[in-house]
Design a protein around this ligand. Structure first.
Ligand code: AMP
Ligand code: ZN
Ligand code: FE
Ligand code: FE
Length: 279
C-alpha cells in the first residue's frame, strides 16, 4: 500500500487538474491519494469521481492557511464536511484575504522594478478560487522577470521578503476546532519546515494535542531533514499523534516534490480511517 496524503491541483496552486493528478497517482503506483488544495474543497468531487473510475482511493482533504503569533502555519483537514457553516465561512474569509493582498504585492513588485498587472496574474490563476503567490510567481516568469517559482520566492515573495504582504489567516487552535466541528481530522502540515521549529516547538504541539485534540503531524515531508523527521516521529509517538508522510505535490510548480516521494505508513492510515467515516 502506497499512500500520499498531501497534494495540490490547479484548483489551487498545483499545475494538474484534479482528474489528471489522480491519473498520475495511479501511474506512479499509489493506492491512496489525498487532494489537499489550499483553502478550498472545489477539486474534490472531480478527483473522487476519477478515483472511483480507476480504482484509486481518494481522500477528501484541504490545507488551511493558519497562523500563530502572526506567522504562517498550514493545517491539513481530512474528511471535513464542506457544508459545515463555520469552517466554510472561515475558508471564504481566507480566500478573500488572498485576493485582497494582491494589489499590495503588485505595487511592491512594481517599485522593485519587476511589474506585472493584475490581469497577468489572473491569467495564471485561471478558474482557481484560491489566488496564491505561486500564481504571482508564474506571472513573473511569463513576463521574463524570473526563471522559475523558486527564484520568485527567493527574491521577492517568501514570507518576510521584499514583496510579501500579510493576508488574513485563521488562528491554528481555532482552525483545529472548526475542522473537528466539521467531522474532520486535523494534521499540522510540515510543522518544522522553513524554520518553523521555533514557532511550533514540542511544547506547543503538545498543547495543541492536549487542549484542542490535534490529530496528527506531517513527519515525512521534503522540507524536513532526517534529524527533524526522527525527532517529530518520536514526538508523535509520545503524544499519540498520527505521523503522516506525503509529497506536497504541486505538479511542475514545485521541484523535488514528485507524487509519492514520501508516503504514510499503512498502519497509520488504517488508524485514520476509523475516524474518516464515509470519506
Ligand atoms: P500562499 O498560498 O499564497 O501563501 O503561497 C503558499 C504557497 O507558496 C505554497 O505552495 C508554498 O509551498 C509556496 N511557498 C511558500 N513559501 C515558499 C518559499 N520560500 N519557496 C518556495 N515556495 C514557497
Ligand atoms: Zn501550494
Ligand atoms: Fe503547506
Ligand atoms: Fe501544501
Amino acid at each position: 500500500m502506497r499512500i500520499d496524503l498531501h497534494t495540490h491541483s490547479s484548483v489551487s496552486d498545483g499545475t494538474d487538474a484534479p482528474a489528471e493528478l489522480v491519473r498520475k497517482a495511479v501511474a506512479v503506483g499509489l493506492d491512496v491519494v489525498a487532494l489537499t488544495d489550499h483553502d478550498t474543497f472545489d477539486g474534490l468531487d472531480e478527483a473522487v469521481a476519477e478515483g472511483e473510475r480507476l480504482g484509486l482511493h481518494v481522500v477528501r482533504g484541504m490545507e488551511l492557511s493558519c497562523s500563530r503569533h502572526g506567522n504562517s502555519v498550514h493545517v491539513l483537514a481530512y474528511g471535513a464536511d464542506p457544508a459545515s457553516p463555520e469552517l466554510a465561512a472561515e475558508m471564504a474569509r481566507v480566500r478573500d484575504g488572498r485576493l485582497g493582498r494582491l494589489a499590495g504585492v503588485l505595487r511592491k513588485l512594481a517599485v522593485l522594478g519587476v511589474p506585472v498587472s493584475e490581469a497577468e496574474v489572473m491569467a495564471q490563476v485561471g478558474d482557481s478560487p484560491s489566488v496564491g503567490r505561486p500564481h504571482i510567481a508564474d506571472a513573473l516568469i511569463k513576463a521574463g522577470h524570473v526563471r522559475d517559482r523558486q527564484e520568485a520566492f527567493d527574491r521577492f515573495l517568501a514570507d518576510g521578503g521584499p514583496a510579501h504582504v500579510h493576508r488574513y489567516t485563521i488562528e491554528v487552535d481555532r482552525a483545529i476546532d472548526l475542522m473537528h466541528e466539521a467531522g474532520g481530522l486535523a494534521v499540522i502540515a510540515h510543522p518544522w519546515g522553513r524554520g518553523r521549529e521555533r514557532l511550533l516547538p514540542p511544547s506547543v504541539l503538545e498543547a495543541l494535542a492536549r487542549d484542542h485534540g490535534l490529530d496528527g503531524i506531517e513527519v515525512d515531508h521534503q522540507d524536513h531533514d532526517p534529524d527533524s523527521r526522527r525527532r517529530l516521529r518520536a514526538l508523535a509517538d509520545r503524544l499519540g499523534l498520527l505521523a503522516t508522510g506525503s509529497s506536497d505535490y504541486h505538479g511542475t510548480g514545485k521541484l523535488d516534490h514528485d507524487l509519492g516521494c514520501n508516503t504514510t505508513d499503512p498502519q497509520v492510515f488504517t488508524n485514520m480511517q476509523r475516524y474518516l467515516g464515509g470519506y
